[in-house]
Design a protein around this ligand. Structure first.
Ligand SMILES: [Zn+2]
Length: 121
C-alpha cells in the first residue's frame, strides 16, 4: 500500500466519523468507485473515502418495481375473483344468451390473467 493510499483511508475514516457526528448513518451499500461504505446524511448519500455525494439509482428503481408488483398482485386477485363469480353464475344460469355472455367474459378475464402472468415473469 502506498503512503498516499494510507493517507486517503485515514481522511476517509475521519470524514466518516465527522459524518456520524452530524447524524449520518452507515448504509449497506458500497461506493461504486472505491467500494467503501456509504453514509446517508438527510437526503444525501456520501462516500467519505471519495469525499463526494453518490447517487444510488437501484433503490428508487427497486421501490418502483415493488410498487408495480403490488399493483399486479392486486389486479391478479381482482381478476381471479371475477372469474370465480362468473363460474358461480355459469353453474346457475340456464339462458343460453346469458351463458354465451358469461363464456365471453370468462375468456376475456382468462386472457387478461395470462397476460398478467407474462408481465410478472
Ligand atoms: Zn468512494
Amino acid at each position: 500500500m502506498k503512503e498516499s493510499d494510507t493517507k486517503n483511508e485515514e481522511t476517509g475514516i475521519q470524514k466518516a466519523v465527522e459524518l456520524m457526528r452530524q447524524g449520518a448513518t452507515m448504509l449497506n451499500e458500497a461506493c461504486p468507485e472505491c467500494s467503501g461504505p456509504l453514509f446517508q446524511l438527510k437526503d444525501d448519500i456520501i462516500c467519505p473515502q471519495c469525499g463526494k455525494k453518490v447517487l444510488i439509482v437501484s433503490d428508487e428503481a427497486e421501490v418502483q418495481e415493488l410498487e408495480k408488483e403490488a399493483i399486479l398482485v392486486e389486479l391478479d386477485h381482482a381478476i381471479s375473483s371475477q372469474i370465480e363469480n362468473l363460474t358461480k353464475r355459469l353453474n346457475e344460469e340456464k339462458d343460453s344468451d346469458e351463458l354465451m355472455a358469461i363464456g365471453r367474459l370468462t375468456i376475456l378475464w382468462l386472457e387478461a390473467l395470462e397476460k398478467l402472468k407474462r408481465i410478472r415473469s
